[in-house]
Ligand binder design. Structure first.
Ligand SMILES: [Zn+2]
Ligand SMILES: [Zn+2]
Length: 335
């Protein structure tokens, strides 16, 4: 598969990722022990792109990578000498899962979200720190959701300053494991798994079996894809935010072998970032019938679904959508 953002190898089929992920960040027998840097204290080490690198596997501990970035930031005068490692930013591993140990990183395996960085320095970081594949500048506060709150709102996105922001999270559920890819500068970061537990509850109740599901605020498609895995016969994805839907389509492709569905047609759509009148963007078939709409859910003419999933941003009250969704589905599930 080709990464739609950079043309590189950021997107791999889910089977391949799942085969490799448990060893992906593990120290080899020759890796050096933990560097035990204090992340909160002023960091005075000078770390270059070879510091701490294992001669056998070529990877290094995440703290060396962050130290390398911090050294560059200090050398270029953006960060004061007294800065600590933890001030650099938020590191997100390219193939994310709950790694039970500090990850050892190989080439192009980290996307960095930073609060203070310039475009020029971001370019330098991506060029000179081999593990970093992309640098994103955070805008607004950490708690502010990335994406759109409503179809009338201005989108809140982070800025991809250099490299590629495509990464995936491995989602574990009783239906199995899947890879959910996302352009991290455009898609809200999810930290909790409670939404997946909610869907598992539906499955255990027998509600998903042979059902039709409307994933009304689908984002990169996690819940709709899990519905397919849980036995739904038809899933309608809808979102007003085009970048999320492009990721949904990519995720159907990346998980196609596991889910038994594949994209049958895809249009370029209306090419507006925020949809209004719903446009059918793509169709998939196989084990389930899948329709992907770009538009305002209030204008989506869907009736007779079994389940409508409402998964809005934390700052949005989902109650406003319930009467509308009642007209579309027998059962409303606020996730
Ligand atoms: Zn890429
Ligand atoms: Zn090693």
């Amino acid at each position: 598969m080709i990464c739609p953002t950079c043309g590189g190898e950021c997107v791999q089929p889910a089977e391949k990722v799942l085969d490799e992920i448990f060893g992906m960040y593990m120290a080899c027998a020759s890796c050096q022990p933990e560097p035990s840097f204090n992340k909160s204290a002023p960091f005075h080490e000078k770390i270059d792109s070879e510091s701490g690198r294992c001669k056998k596997c070529g990877r290094r501990h995440i703290d060396f990578v962050m130290g390398n970035v911090l050294t560059l930031l200090k050398e270029n005068g953006l960060f004061p000498e007294e800065s600590a490692l933890k001030e650099v930013g938020t590191p997100l591993i390219s193939f994310g899962f709950q790694v039970p140990y500090p990850p050892r990183l190989g080439k192009k395996s980290l996307v960095l979200i930073m609060d203070s960085v310039t475009k020029e320095l971001a370019g330098k970081i991506v060029a000179e720190v081999p593990e970093v594949k992309g640098v994103i500048k955070r805008k607004g506060s950490q708690s502010q959701s990335v994406g759109i709150l409503d179809t009338g709102a201005t989108p809140h996105t982070y800025e991809l300053l250099s490299g590629c922001d495509m990464r995936c999270d491995v989602v574990s559920s009783i239906f199995g494991e899947f890879c959910i890819y996302k352009n991290q500068s455009m898609i809200h970061i999810e930290f909790n798994n409670s939404k997946i537990r909610e869907l598992e509850r539906l499955y255990l109740n027998g509600d998903l079996d042979n059902s039709s599901v409307l994933d009304g605020f689908c984002g990169p498609g996690t819940l709709g894809l899990l519905s397919v895995a849980g036995g739904a016969r038809k899933v309608i994805f809808n979102d007003a935010w085009l970048p999320a839907l492009r990721n949904t389509i990519l995720n159907i492709r990346a998980n196609s072998g596991i889910l038994g569905v594949d994209i049958e047609s895809e249009t370029s759509g209306q090419n507006k970032l925020i949809g209004d009148e719903p446009v059918l963007l793509a169709k998939a078939g196989g084990k389930a019938e899948i329709l992907i709409y770009h538009g305002d859910i209030r204008k989506l003419e869907v009736k007779d679904c079994d389940i409508c999933l409402i998964d809005t941003f934390p700052s949005i009250n989902p109650a406003g959508f319930i009467p509308l969704c009642r007209e579309m589905a027998k059962k409303i599930v606020v996730i």
